[in-house]
Design a protein around this ligand. Structure first.
Ligand code: FES
Ligand code: FES
Length: 165
């Protein structure tokens, strides 16, 4: 039987390949971090990482996930270097109702992973806000936590950059 690794552990895939990844994660594995918002890849509430990249799990079929791709939900994020993102979120008290927040954190973690860990130049101060707003604008928050999200990303980025040097 096919298996996929989720949050560091292999899981049997015993569903049809056209099931959305979000359904499999939530209904079959009990991973309730990723949320159902729009179901059409427009809100980002369902964001998880596949192979280290942020994806909309409501719109990716289980059958289209590569066998060797690691899937990470917010439940597995604290096993990675991006505990800093979650710590910054708490410090800035970002969440209000909380519904969008797992997706927001996964998007932010992927942004910082790409910019700070994979050898790319860090976010320059002069375009920090523009870059963060551009990337994070794909994740919607009905409670309007955008200002705190940006502040938390700034804190996490500073810490991760400090850890690198
Ligand atoms: S539920 Fe997937 S993007 Fe909205
Ligand atoms: S915190 Fe409520 S939707 Fe974002």
């Amino acid at each position: 039987m096919r298996q996929l690794k989720v949050d560091g552990k292999p899981h049997d895939v015993n569903v049809e390949g056209d099931m959305p990844l979000l359904w499999w994660l939530r209904d079959e594995l009990g991973k309730t971090g990723p949320k159902y918002g729009c179901g059409i890849a427009m809100c980002g509430a369902c964001t998880v990482h596949v192979g280290g990249r942020p994806v909309r799990s409501c719109s990716l079929r289980v059958g289209d996930v590569k066998d060797d791709a690691e899937i990470t939900t917010i439940a597995g994020l604290d096993t990675q270097a991006f505990h800093a993102v979650q710590a910054a979120w708490i410090e800035h008290q970002v969440a209000q109702c909380g519904y969008c927040q797992p997706g927001q954190i996964m998007a932010a973690a992927a942004l910082l992973q790409a910019r700070l860990v994979e050898g790319n130049p860090p976010l320059a101060e002069k375009d920090f806000d523009v870059t963060v707003d551009h990337v994070m604008s794909a994740n919607l928050c009905r409670c309007g936590t955008y200002t705190r999200i940006r502040a938390a990303i700034r804190t996490a980025a500073a810490r991760l950059q400090g850890q690198k040097s």
